[in-house]
Design a binder for this molecule. Structure first.
Ligand code: ATP
Ligand code: MG
Length: 555
């Protein structure tokens, strides 16, 4: 039932490399930096890298934590990333790696470059280095430390490692040239000094490699065949290849870039997500409004729907923005066939059935999925008092409103037809309850002659219904491109991104376990909250997605 992956330029290259014998097998990697939780953009990369590994017998995908930067990394992130990859349906098997285990290898590579006259220790200040690098129009000028001897460089680099310098006092740079039109190639920094504690290596190191230097070495050491990254690394590729050519590496991986995922009405940068979390704009990394994997999981998005979404958007070389409606369509599509139907009234209006005769309650047999018999039926209690949705009654019905109004008929889902016979109001003139009579013997039958009944509405039995806290989630931002907002992304937060109501739900829902997903008929898809729902005690539901895309309507 899951969509088959379309081919794309990356899969084509991989197929060619296997056909030509360039590679006997394919090894990809997913290399997150453990400095935040994964989001839907990462899901695209995970589906690509792990997906390719699944498509070829013997192929593998490594999960590698790119933990070379000591400052921002935490164990909490490592654990959450593992859980998210697993939840998405992928498995790294025994191929779990930490780039920080390669520090000694990076160091050896740097020494190798120095010995070959391809790297030097520069004691210019970061500002001087920046200035002397020039710009696209102006070639750079050499640092006064550029022509140091190999011996002096070896000694200096060893002193850097030994902690003889303060931060910013020295860096190791590649000796490539200062005239390239590609700024990344102008004697890039390979190592900087950071007197920082590392979550894995502790205080063993005070020099840390730059991403551009470390990444190709990590790939090569792990015998990655195809190193897939997003387009912003395209003009880092010559540098990637330079390191592969000039360092003593055991294999020659190939970097290929693809377009990153961006979605409308959301942001996809870990830094900005962290800000939302830290400043309390959301309840945490797993807030169901966030595009984080833990957020969408709690929101009730099925993993298979996320995988299919990634397949449908495909892999290209062109950056663009994907309409979030496409993702929501995929979610509805899956839940429509997978979710059992239940009834819940989000905005209850009490209905008194004046001629109810089967005291005190009766049971109705209601289908759990009108399109799929395999879901079976359930027994739903029915009594002289029920709740219906307030919006299913209009005292003075508008044109084209076919539901309940004075004297009108409507069918109760799975039950009889009722006719409104009266209503009660409070002092403010608001309708507080309505009175109806039911037409006996109309359950499961066509309307009797002379009865105009054009709609069926959902309802719950007031005697047995339980209260549920229902969180109605909407888009987190009010504009399509929050990153482009003049006042910054925080200025376009949607103040109505969550609305909590106390709903009346079928009693059995109270006993469902956390993470139980169903459709509330006519309302949308909902899931019991994994943090706050307590089976048998407290029902808490999150709205996964409404039945239809109503964004913008009435706004
Ligand atoms: P962010 O920009 O959110 O901080 P990042 O690229 O710094 O993300 P990493 O942990 O370095 O985060 O990412 C791990 C992998 O996920 C990388 O290979 C990266 O290319 C990929 N990735 C990150 N964001 C996206 C995205 N929006 N679309 C596709 N792939 C992405
Ligand atoms: Mg990154």
């Amino acid at each position: 039932m899951s969509a088959t992956p379309k081919s794309d330029f990356i899969r084509d290259i991989i197929a060619e490399d296997l056909a030509s014998g360039k590679h006997q097998t394919t090894i990809t990697r997913f290399p997150p930096e453990p400095n935040g939780y994964l989001h839907l953009g990462h899901a695209k990369s995970i589906c690509l890298n792990f997906g390719i590994a699944q498509e070829h017998p013997g192929a593998k995908c490594h999960l590698r934590f790119d933990d070379t930067n000591p400052e921002k990394e935490e164990t909490e992130y490592v654990e959450s990333i593992k859980a998210d990859v697993k939840w998405l349906g992928f498995d790294w098997g025994s191929d779990l790696y930490f780039a920080s285990n390669y520090f000694e290898f990076f160091y050896d590579c740097a020494v190798h470059l120095i010995k070959n006259g391809l790297a030097y220790v520069d004691e210019e200040s970061p500002e001087e280095i920046k200035l002397h690098r020039g710009n696209v129009q102006t070639p750079g000028t050499p640092s006064k430390f550029r022509e140091r001897s190999v011996e002096e460089n070896l000694e200096m680099f060893s002193a850097m490692r030994a902690g003889k310098f303060k931060e910013g006092e020295a860096v190791l740079r590649a000796k490539i040239g200062l005239t390239s039109s590609n700024m990344n190639m102008r004697d890039p920094v390979l190592y900087r000094i950071m007197h920082a504690h590392h979550h894995h290596t502790g205080n063993a190191w005070c020099i840390y490699p730059m991403y551009d230097f470390a990444h190709p070495l990590e790939d090569a050491l792990e015998h990655i065949t195809h190193s897939l990254c997003t387009l912003e690394f395209e003009n880092h590729r010559p540098l990637y290849n330079w390191f592969i050519e000039n360092c003593p590496v055991p294999s020659k991986p190939r970097q290929i870039e693809f377009a990153r995922l961006s979605l409308t009405y959301t942001i996809m940068s870990k830094r900005k997500l962290l800000q939302l979390v830290n400043e309390g704009h959301v309840s945490g990394w797993d807030d169901p409004r966030l595009p984080t994997i833990s957020g969408i999981r709690r929101r009730g998005y099925p993993a298979v729907a996320v995988r299919d979404f990634c397949k449908h958007i495909g892999i290209t070389k062109y950056n663009g923005t994907t309409d979030v409606a496409l993702l929501e369509h995929e979610i509805r599509n899956h839940l429509n066939s997978a979710a059992s139907r239940r009834m819940a009234v989000l905005d209850p209006l009490k209905v008194i059935i004046e001629n109810f005769s089967e005291e005190p309650t009766a049971n109705l047999v209601v289908s759990n999925h009108p399109q799929d018999e395999s879901f079976g039926d359930r027994s739903v209690s029915f009594s002289s008092e029920i709740f219906i949705e307030r919006e299913d009654f209009q005292e003075i019905p508008e044109k084209k409103f076919f539901r309940l109004g004075p004297e009108r008929y409507v069918r109760l889902r799975g039950g009889p037809i009722i006719q409104c016979t009266g209503l009660d109001k409070n002092a403010a003139g608001e309708v507080t309850q309505i009175r109806v009579k039911l037409l006996p013997d109309t359950t499961g039958k066509d309307s009797p002659e002379g009865v105009v009944c054009k709609a069926a509405i959902h309802w719950v039995d007031a005697t047995t219904a339980v209260d549920a806290e229902v969180r109605l989630y909407d888009r987190l931002f009010t504009v399509e491109d929050p990153d482009a907002a003049e006042g910054g992304f925080l200025s376009v937060l949607n103040p109505e991104s969550v609305k909590t109501v106390v709903a009346k739900v079928e009693a059995s829902l109270l006993n469902e376990s956390a993470g139980y997903s169903c459709q509330f008929e006519r309302n949308g898809y909902f899931i019991t909250d994994t943090k706050d729902h307590v089976p048998g005690k407290k029902a808490v539901f999150n709205r996964t997605v409404a039945l239809k895309d109503s964004w913008g309507k009435g706004k």
